[in-house]
Design a protein around this ligand. Sequence first.
Ligand SMILES: [Mg+2]
Length: 226
Amino acid sequence: MSEPTPVRPQTLAQIREHARRHPTDPERPLVICDVDEVVLHFLAPFEAHLGEQGFAFLSHEYKLTGNIADTAGQLLDGAAVRALIQGFFDDWAPRQEPVEGAAEALRSLSDKADIVFLTNLPGDWNREPRITNLAGHGMEYPLLTNSGPKGGAVAALAAGRRAPVIFIDDSATNIVSVRDSHAMSTLVHFIADRRFFTGAGEIDGVALKTHDWRDAGAYIRNRIGA
Ligand SMILES: [Mg+2]
């Protein structure tokens, strides 16, 4: 177990505004869903973006920092990786492709549950292009932005909810943070890219690890009694 993650003020302000616009029904399930590598492809286009700039992943172990090098094999440090990620989203946020089955699964769940996107998206200016892109792929749900581990944001979003809360993310850091900050959440570890799915370790407390929205949708429908 790690310490619960605090929620960042910028995210808490969005959560409060969201609650004002969408008053909570405590008996309605809540699905808190990540975006990158869960409902939009991230790793494959990011890999292409790396290649265009003369960089590559060293392995399919599920991490970015410590796993990207130049053609000479020189590892990039954290600041260089963050700059590459920012450049990727500035270029790609309006046009990332949807993960197969995501829109259909969320639409089917939305009859019985509230759906919220919680995304760690660098650059406030990329928020609206992302919302427009998601809507164009049939995923028009409230979107909140966060940075860092998501546990505090999930605990704040789920406050007062008596029905099941489902959290879906590809990042082990976020899964562990939510597990240790909001024990009531049901955790779905979702990684669309098969290579990185295979390379990702098992995490204690995860209810379902999958790369397939048919499995995720069926599991969540069962969990919420839909
Ligand atoms: Mg993600």
